[in-house]
Write a protein that binds this ligand. Structure first.
Ligand SMILES: [Fe+2]
Length: 250
């Protein structure tokens, strides 16, 4: 029988209650958070392997590529001949350690759906239009203050097949590299006031309400550029009590 939103919302509420009653602190979402169905099937089942020689891992791991990061890479609205459709936004913030110190020179990458909620990817075949002027991929290096900055368009919500009528709130995927590939961290940024938050098992897999709030960017009027774009601020704290929740354990 097809799973309904009601089924999933009931499971979300059960897990939220259990988390509150246990009075725990969790620094990452559970790897097998049942309301997010595919996490049951594809989460690692073996203990994590201790990496004793990070440099040896680098030899067989992915590499950053041969081209330098340029300013153009951080502007997702200028990667094609024309302008993408949608609401132009600026997203900026700082990458910080637990003491609030800036993480400098960090490669920050983003990927996202277009304004209609469609990814430019062959696996995304839902009936929303592709935008020939939008790929949805960007990158930049953090500056001396740990700051990153992207110009892009606000992504749309999109359906997925977790259950009947499942919709993801609008979000931007973020990846951060440390000094080595083994330090890569992945998370998602959300937009304030999205009505889909309560229905989304991926966001709700972060069972701590304060930690969920830290995944939501703030609209900041002073970051908006007159006649051009709306501004959002989102800081990423890599660890400690105010850490941004990440999709993978470390
Ligand atoms: Fe997504």
């Amino acid at each position: 029988m097809a799973l309904t939103q009601q089924d999933i919302s009931r499971e979300i509420a059960e897990r939220s209650r259990a988390f509150a009653e246990a009075g725990q602190t969790r620094h990452h979402p559970a790897r097998d958070y049942a309301p997010y169905r595919s996490s049951l099937l594809r989460h690692p089942k073996h203990p994590l392997v201790t990496v004793r020689d990070p440099e040896a891992v680098e030899l067989s791991g992915p590499v950053f590529g041969v081209t330098d990061v340029t300013d153009l890479d951080a502007d997702l609205t200028r990667q094609h001949a024309g302008e993408p459709l949608g609401e132009r936004i600026t997203v900026t913030g700082r990458v910080l350690d637990r003491e609030g110190r800036p993480i400098r020179g960090q490669l920050a990458e983003i990927w996202q759906a277009n304004a209609s909620g469609r990814y430019a990817h062959q696996r995304d075949q839902h009936p929303a239009p592709l935008d020939p002027n939008f790929t949805g991929v960007g990158r930049c290096l953090t500056d001396d203050e740990g700051r990153y900055r992207f110009t892009t368009i606000k992504p749309g919500a999109y359906p997925w097949r977790n259950h009947t009528n499942a919709w993801r709130p609008a979000h931007i995927h973020f990846s951060l590299f440390g000094d080595a590939f083994t330090q890569r961290l992945i998370t998602q940024m959300y937009f304030p006031g999205d009505p889909l938050f309560a229905y989304d098992p991926i966001l709700q897999s972060v069972t701590d309400a304060a930690a969920r709030d830290r995944l939501v960017a703030a609209y900041e009027h002073d970051l908006s550029v007159p006649e051009w774009s709306l501004g959002y601020r989102w800081d990423i704290v890599l660890d400690g009590p105010a850490a941004t929740w990440l999709e993978e354990g470390r």
